[in-house]
Structure formats: C-alpha cells, structure tokens
Ligand binder design. Structure first.
Ligand code: DGY
Length: 329
C-alpha cells in the first residue's frame, strides 16, 4: 500500500489522466493556481511551498524553475521529481543531484507532435504566411504568376541540430518532401541516421550548407545562444531557422538584426525568450517571422501521454521499480 505517500502536482493543468493514475496509488495534493499569467504566479508559488512539506514526489508541469527553497521545504521524504516535459533545463538538476533526488522527463511520447510543428513552421515560413496573410486580411490580395512567391522544401538541404527523438521524428516526416539532403550535427553519429538518410556533419558545415536549420537540441551551457551573430553570419541568404527546442538556443537580438537586414530568409519560432513573448515585441513586427506559443507537444493525445508517463515514473520510483525515462536515476 502506498496511499500514505503524498504526491504534489505542482500546477493546475496536468491532464486528468495523469492525476487519476496518481490518485489510484497515492494521496495527491494539487496546486489550484496557474504558473502562467501575472495574476496567479505568486499565489501558485506560495501554494506549492505550502503543499510540498512531507511529499514523496513532485510532478512538475510548468517551464518555471524548481527552486532550492521548494526542495528544502519538501524535506527528506522527497524521492523523485517527474517533469511532464522532454526538456529539463528548468529542473534545478544540481539541486536535485545534491539532495539525491531522482528526476524523470517525458521524451519519446512527444516527438511526433513536436516534429509536426517543426514541419508546419518550415512550410509557413518558406511560403511567407506572415506577409501573405496580412495581404489577405488588409484587402490587398492581387493575383499574378509573379506574386506571392516563396521557397521550396523540395530539393533543399535540411540541417537538424539535436538529432534525438524530435530531430529524428522530423527527418522521418521529411521523407515525402523530396529534400536533397538531411544533415545533422552532434557529438557522435547516431545509429538511426542511416535509415533516415541523414548524415552527420560538423556544426559549421551545417550552418553554411542548410536551407532550413531546425533546432531541436536541449538547452545546456553548451547550446545556449548557439545561434548568434557569428553563426548567423555563416548562413545562406535563403536560410530559414526553425526553433522547437528552447528560446535561449538563439540570441534573439542577433536573430532580429539578421532577419531585419535580410541576411537570412525567415524564422519560425515555437519557443522564444521570454514566454509569452510580449505582444509589442519587435520580432513580431517583422514580416519574415512566424511565432507559435510553445505548442510543440500541444495535442490532447500527446499531453495525456506525457501526464501518464510522468505518473508512471512516480509510481515506479515509489514502489522500488526502475524508472521508465530517467534523467537522474
Ligand atoms: C518539452 O517537453 O520540453 C516541450 O517543450 C514542452 O512542450
């Protein structure tokens, strides 16, 4: 029996499927407030601090940082933090390690959904949706064979930075687009690369040769601002950058300059810094940018699978079984 163990769900938006599964095994306490929007952020943090003492597990479903204060308040019962996300840059890995607390994430189950958004952003930026939709909405739509031209995906070189689950799922989905080459960068060749027709290249070669650069890498000290003035300067004039990883992979100021000066063709961003991006942000004024509100994993099926995987990791951790998707075993 594990009902005496207390589990904190640290936000009010974890899909019910995950909540129910946890309730079958544990005493669940759940934050009533949202981390998003200015109204409830402080209340949400205070509620977590109030609920966490004595908890054996925390399910985290927000991109806000897990603080040392929260981990200290939890006390010695805390065995595991399960984040319902693939990325764990916000999870205070050092703080968890120092306290001997396990960490799990939810890779794999979201790869297809995020890859679909990567492909969507390739299409809408290559075909200049931001500009053309403005023409439609403002009544300036004029037909003509020389009007509304964009770029092809067919025949292009697609460079994928971060050839893990999401990068590979994106390569798989590109199979029908008749691209000329798929290249990827990374520390080592991935065994899956060959079957996907993808070739490992040095990162500089990827920046120089790609027509599309897809960022699906985790955010680490090594990858932070990997897209900066210097790397942007290596890219082709027609290069399109797609970011489905984390906003901080890109130095946004440098990206803004490059887009404004047409040093590159366009950018499609599902992640930005900050999130939400303020409505008056200068990036949103550019015609060659298309921004979506971090919806990569945002399908009902995928979010349910993420919640269930996070819950199963907690169940395994608290019943002495192996973690399914460990970050800190
Ligand atoms: C992830 O899982 O890291 C995604 O960005 C969340 O949507």
């Amino acid at each position: 029996m594990t009902k005496h163990l207390k589990v904190l769900i640290a936000s009010n938006d974890l899909p019910v499927s995950g909540v129910k599964l946890l309730q079958e095994h544990f005493t669940v306490v759940q934050n009533r407030f949202s981390y998003y929007g200015d109204d409830e952020k402080v209340q949400s943090q205070e509620e977590c601090l109030k609920l966490v003492p004595g908890c054996s597990a925390i399910v985290w479903a927000s991109s806000h940082s897990i603080t040392d204060e929260l981990l200290d308040k939890a006390g010695p019962n805390l065995k595991i933090v399960a984040t319902a996300s693939a990325g764990y840059n916000h999870c205070n890995v050092d703080g968890l390690k120092a306290r001997g607390i396990k960490l799990t994430n939810t890779p794999g189950v979201l790869s297809a959904a995020v890859a679909e958004i990567a492909i969507t952003l390739m299409l809408v930026t290559a075909r200049r949706f931001t500009e053309w939709l403005q023409q439609v909405e403002s009544g300036k739509w004029v037909n003509g064979l020389d009007k509304y031209l964009g770029q092809d995906i067919r025949g292009s070189t697609v460079g994928i930075v971060g050839f893990g689950g999401i990068g590979q799922a994106t390569a798989k989905r590109l199979a029908g687009f008749e691209v000329a080459r798929i290249i990827y960068s990374g520390h080592r060749e991935k065994p899956e690369g060959k079957a996907l027709g993808a070739q490992l290249v040095p990162q500089d070669d990827l920046f120089q040769q790609s027509d599309f650069i897809i960022l699906s890498a985790p955010l680490t000290n090594e990858t932070r601002h990997m897209i900066n003035r210097s790397t942007l300067g290596k890219m082709k004039k027609n290069a399109i950058i797609i970011n489905v990883g984390r906003g901080d992979l890109i130095d946004q100021e440098a990206l803004y300059e490059a887009l404004k000066n047409n040093d590159i063709y366009a950018a499609g961003l599902d992640v930005t810094t900050p999130e939400p991006l303020p409505a008056d942000h200068k990036l949103l004024k550019l015609p060659n940018v298309f921004v979506t509100p971090h919806i990569g994993s945002g399908t009902e099926r995928t979010r349910n699978e993420m919640a269930i995987l996070a819950a199963k990791n907690v169940i395994n951790a608290l019943t002495g079984k192996s973690l399914i998707t460990p970050v800190l075993p």
